[in-house]
Design a protein around this ligand. Structure first.
Ligand code: SF4
Length: 189
């Protein structure tokens, strides 16, 4: 898919709604465009819509979303101040991991979202998002909590909130990472 040239987020939302650039268009109920502050300084990038997201058309509304909201709040961040979306906008069947070709097909839409919102920080929530922006060879254990760059934005990878639900990562670790974002924004002025 070529990069769309939408002049507003609303135009881009409509382009996403019409998108059939990969096979997931055939099985989705809704395109999950993303939501939040159109001038957000922090852009949260997740993986892919799950069943509840596909049904509602909203990102991070399931249990992982509730966990995310709580951890953001504990770190002193308001979800409504941020923009949040996924690496792909349509649900993979049976919640399988997105294929690399699907992520590549959806990347022009993501790039256009970034160009319109122009956040200062992109937070990659989980390995799928991190590999999307930083390359397929990265490992979360090596990159978590470090700073990278993508399309002129600072990139900060951390774990997906679902890892807290699975007890593979502590809630404190994610809260600590979210606090680091606040600090980075305030120290940059
Ligand atoms: S996942 Fe992305 S590229 Fe594929 S159909 Fe949905 S919006 Fe288009």
């Amino acid at each position: 898919m070529n990069q769309p040239h939408c002049r507003s987020l609303e135009d881009l939302r409509e382009a996403c709604r019409q998108c059939r650039a990969c096979g997931l268009a055939a099985t989705r109920q809704n395109v999950v465009f993303g939501e939040g502050n159109s001038r957000a300084q922090i852009f949260l990038l997740g993986e892919a819509p799950g069943a509840q997201e596909d049904e509602s058309g909203r990102p991070f509304v399931g249990r992982a979303g509730e966990t995310l909201n709580r951890l953001l709040w504990q770190a002193g961040l308001e979800r409504s101040d941020l923009f949040i979306t996924g690496s792909i906008k349509c649900r993979p069947p049976r919640n399988r991991n997105p294929h690399r070709a699907e992520i590549a097909a959806c990347r022009p839409l993501l790039n256009q979202q970034l160009d319109l919102i122009r956040p200062r920080i992109i937070v990659c929530l989980g390995l799928v998002a991190a590999q999307n922006l930083l390359g397929p060879g990265v490992r979360m254990g090596d990159i978590r909590g470090q700073w990278f760059e993508y399309r002129g934005c600072r990139v900060y990878p951390t774990y997906h909130p679902a890892a807290v639900l699975r007890h593979t990562v502590s809630a404190e670790l994610l809260v600590e990472d979210f606090r680091a974002l606040k600090k980075a924004l305030s120290s940059a002025g």
